[in-house]
Design a protein around this ligand. Structure first.
Ligand SMILES: [Zn+2]
Ligand SMILES: [Zn+2]
Length: 174
């Protein structure tokens, strides 16, 4: 008798192959011959065939549409920001409230435009594209306003707006 108390497990598809591997989704025993690597870990052939919901799958066209739409939306948003919320030194509740509103508006505008352009795609790629567009809009705002570096470092409302916009777009595209 060996000392091992582990029961011997055989691959579900290859009854003569001992294995210690199991599908990460349904826990079926699988051997190296039939396991498949997926972004979520190893899977049995049945589970690997189940695809992710279609809204998380972006085609090349979707990527192109999302990137172009986000970049195009950033330009008027940066322009509006320079006009409606020009960079200026200041702090306090009112400044933060203005930054919050501007950020929510900008984040909503960018994520809504991207959703429309891609027929409601979501997920990490969409989120990253949206955040890059938010940062671009924030940079364009400073450029349109005359690019005063000293003012830019004291521009609390603008910085807060960028953070809020990024967070709201991220949340909406999750
Ligand atoms: Zn499985
Ligand atoms: Zn097998």
């Amino acid at each position: 008798m060996t000392s091992s108390s582990e029961p011997i497990v055989y691959c579900q598809r290859h009854a003569d192959v001992e294995t210690v591997l199991a599908c990460g989704r349904c826990a079926a025993p699988i051997c190296p011959r039939c396991l498949l690597h997926t972004p979520g870990g190893i899977r049995c052939p049945d589970c690997a065939r189940l695809r992710r919901p279609v809204m998380y799958e972006l085609s090349l066209t979707d990527y192109a549409r999302a990137i172009v739409t986000a970049a195009v939306a950033a330009v008027p948003l940066g322009f509006l920001g320079a006009i409606l919320l020009p960079p200026r030194a200041g702090s306090g509740i009112l400044v933060l409230a203005i930054g919050l509103l501007a950020g929510l508006g900008a984040g909503t505008a960018i994520s809504a435009a991207m959703s429309r352009a891609t027929r409601n795609k979501r997920g990490q790629s969409m989120q990253v594209i949206a955040v890059v567009a938010v940062v671009l809009a924030g940079a364009l705002r400073l450029i349109f306003a005359g690019l005063d570096w000293q003012l830019a470092t004291q521009d609390l409302a603008g910085g807060f707006a960028v953070v809020i916009a990024a967070a709201s777009a991220w949340g909406r595209l999750r």
